[in-house]
Design a binder for this molecule. Structure first.
Ligand code: NFE
Ligand code: MG
Length: 580
């Protein structure tokens, strides 16, 4: 039997993920991705008032803290045909945009950077040379030799006290780390700065949604009335704060995140040749420029790309029951129609049996990669295994010349590739996925300024409406209705499907980005995106320190809490999985 490398749990992600790699010499021959914690949000939602669903669904995740609330209110609005005032949509855009910038910056510095940045090496950097490096790539003000000397002293104190804290247990000194000490020191300085900065970015949610995490939503609008002269509404002062926050996000992205990504990428060009995987990409699209939810003005266009073919964009329809289906052949779930069946989310089944002691009864008995090995299902689009997320969005933007941000995206991608001296094929890789996240952050931060301008223009023209109560009374609802709420969450295409009967939720299914990417094999044995990416030209230098697995898995920014949908509804306890 071939050697197997098991990483369990994968850290610096959200949730519980296990990766098993079957080796062929130094190469990963086959990889298996397991979500090892079960959730049951879909079951909790049945029988409830659809107008309340967002508040439950939002608890799917505390990382992408608003996206499930958003997808949920959109599902209800789609089912009941409730139109949205443009201001509400623009405010939603701004809230989604802030979520992207916050999430992506945190991911890059706090979850992904240490795969590429050696903290201990930063100790041997020359602060003056670090300052020169920083000033050569950016006008960010915190870049003096004294500043970097101070940061270095802080790291030294950590290391000498033997308390690396957040930096404990890294693979420091691993030969896969390629940055010179000065680049390591610069990146660690920005790691620490980003910790403080992210607190500010989260404030936009508090202004429009009352709090963060989990800002408030409402079916038919946003939970923030506009009245420029009221202390308890969105007034001139709050709008000015929003403007300051957008500027601060743009500045951090332009002067820190983008230059750091390019500087670090320059030392890891070999990672532009591995970690692609499927070559199939899916986007639902999101964030209309004028606040009317029509696809033609989406910042991120809708569509699918297959086999790297950027010349053809396939239409995507969330209501078509032949397009999006979930399979459970390698999951710990059972369908009434057996293990080969694929179900559209309107007809989706989530069956869990609880044992009354905080556990879940079989079908799960053990983890067996030849059989069942995950609490994630396997979503497929037109039977294809696809990748969702920043790389999918940047490729769609690059390919779709009718998209409003096409020109900006093309310029950003082409100039980044030219700076790095890499061909377009480099996008299809671990490095491409990480760079796509950075570049889309720039596009989103700039778009936020446009949406803000459009919101202000509406207000100046006298339109302050942010809520539409049409059809809010259940007496007016049809006896049966169903709807699909979609959005582009930071990690990719997110859909919530709701079936409403006699005013209550009859069925609810969420198919989330990390399920698309982290799901197990389908009945045809085709792997999910993580699995395929790990099987793509990946060698482990030292199976005991599998940093190469972390690089590719982290390039997707996993959120397994989202992917499996929350803890046991009876006790909230997690489940012990025995690996046999
Ligand atoms: Ni919990 Fe999420 C995002 C959603 S999961 S982080 O972005 O939906 O992939
Ligand atoms: Mg689901």
């Amino acid at each position: 039997m071939n050697e197997r490398v098991v990483v369990d749990p994968i850290t610096r992600i959200e949730g519980h993920l296990r990766i098993e790699a079957e080796m062929d010499g130094q190469n990963i021959a086959r990889a298996y991705s397991s979500g090892t914690m079960v959730r049951g949000i879909e079951i909790i939602l049945r029988g409830r008032d659809p107008r309340d669903a967002w508040a439950y669904a939002q608890r799917i995740c505390g990382v992408c803290t608003l996206v499930h609330g958003m997808a949920s209110v959109r599902a209800v609005e789609d089912a009941l045909k409730i139109p949205l005032p443009p201001n509400a949509q623009l405010i939603r855009n701004l809230m989604i945009g802030a979520q992207y910038i916050h999430d992506h910056v945190m991911h890059f510095y706090h979850l992904h950077a240490l795969d590429w940045v050696d903290v201990v090496s930063a100790l041997s950097a020359d602060p003056a040379a670090t300052s020169q490096l920083a000033q050569s790539i950016s006008s960010w003000p915190k870049s003096s030799p004294g500043y970097f000397a101070d940061v270095q002293k802080r790291i030294k104190n950590f290391v000498e006290s033997g308390q690396l804290g957040i930096f404990a247990n890294g693979y420091w000194g691993h030969p896969a780390y390629k940055l010179p000490p000065e680049a390591n020191l610069m990146a660690v300085a920005h790691y620490l700065e980003a910790l403080a900065w992210q607190r500010e970015a989260a404030k936009l949610h508090a202004i429009f949604g009352g709090k963060n995490p989990h800002p408030n939503f409402v079916v038919g609008g946003v939970a923030s009335p506009i009245d420029l002269n009221s202390d308890s509404a969105i007034n001139s002062k709050k709008l000015a704060e929003v403007q300051d926050l957008i500027k601060s996000m743009q500045q951090f992205v332009d002067q820190v995140y983008v230059p750091d990504t390019l500087a670090i990428a320059g030392f890891y060009k070999d990672w532009a040749e591995r970690g692609e995987g499927l070559g199939n990409f899916l986007c639902y699209g999101d964030m209309p420029e004028q606040g009317v939810l029509d696809e033609s003005s989406f910042l991120f266009p809708r569509g699918a790309i297959l086999n790297r073919d950027l010349s053809t964009i396939h239409d995507v329809d969330l209501h078509d029951d032949g397009q999006i289906q979930e399979f459970v052949s390698h999951s710990w779930y059972e369908y009434d129609d057996g293990p080969q069946a694929g179900l559209h989310p309107y007809k989706g089944e989530t069956k869990l049996e609880y044992d009354g002691r905080g556990g879940v009864k079989p079908p799960y008995k053990h983890l067996d990669v030849g059989d069942g090995y995950s609490w994630l299902k396997s979503p497929r689009w037109n039977s294809e295994s696809v990748e969702v997320g920043p790389l999918a969005r940047m490729l769609l933007l690059y390919a779709d010349s009718s998209a409003p941000a096409h020109a900006q995206a093309k310029e950003l991608v082409d100039s980044s590739l030219s700076t790095l001296g890499l061909p377009i094929e480099a996008l299809f890789s671990t490095l491409g996925r990480t760079a796509a996240r950075t570049l889309e952050s720039k596009i989103v931060a700039d778009a936020m300024q446009t949406w803000y301008g459009n919101l202000i223009a509406n207000i100046k023209a006298g339109d302050t409406k942010t809520f539409n109560e049409t059809l809010w009374d259940p007496a007016t609802w049809p006896a049966q209705a169903r709807g699909a709420g979609y959005m582009e969450a930071p990690r990719g295409a997110l859909g919530h499907w709701i079936v409403i009967e006699n005013g209550k939720i009859a069925n609810y299914q969420a198919v989330v980005p990390s399920t698309w990417n982290a799901g197990p094999r389908d009945p045809q044995g085709v792997p999910g995106a993580y699995e395929a990416a790990l099987q793509d030209n990946t060698q482990l230098h030292d199976p005991k320190q599998p940093i190469e697995i972390l690089r590719t898995i982290h390039s997707f920014d996993p959120c397994i809490a989202c992917a499996v949908h929350v803890a046991d509804p009876e006790t909230g306890e997690t489940i012990e999985i025995k690996v046999t």
